[in-house]
Design a protein around this ligand. Sequence first.
Ligand code: APR
Length: 169
Amino acid sequence: MGFHIERGDITTYAVDAIVNAANCSLLGGGGVDGAIHRAAGPQLLEECRTLGGCETGKAKLTAGYRLPARYVIHTPGPVWHGGDRGEAGLLRSCYESCLALAERHGCRTVAFPSISTGVYRYPLPQAAEIAVDAIETFLATASSVEEVTMVCFDGGTEQAYRAVLEGRG
Ligand code: APR
């Protein structure tokens, strides 16, 4: 129950929804976006083409196709420009939008990657603080979503999230 942190590859998670750290086109890319599209197969891109893109901080849902997850929730995170262009609010909005969408679709289990901390260069410690706070705040009043996993692809990311969780007691 609740929020936990794991090391792993999000494309292997058999949860109701995995989140994709996408870009605004929703037409695929590198990083976790590329991994999810490769694992889901071409039908994912076909469905994404019908969505008309997505604004930073918002989220859109598709089927999971060949993935073990039922749904993919795509959210473009903010690119880091130093922190004075509203990046923190936009990053928090990614987590909130994805969880609200998961709730609306009756999801019980959701897995996130560390949004914006790769290609988009968001500093990991600040991003982890925002992510953990947004997720734990949401879970306090959620009715459908019961379990949220932060899936960390590398050791440094896992350490950063565990440090935030320990700091929250
Ligand atoms: N499972 C879980 N996490 C992963 C995986 C995976 N299979 N592959 C990569 N990651 C991690 C990265 O190590 C990083 O910690 O996801 C986190 C986010 O990194 P990116 O995928 O680079 O995403 P982001 O920083 O949000 O940049 C988004 O990159 O791939 C493009 O199309 C995407 O333009 C968009 C941009």
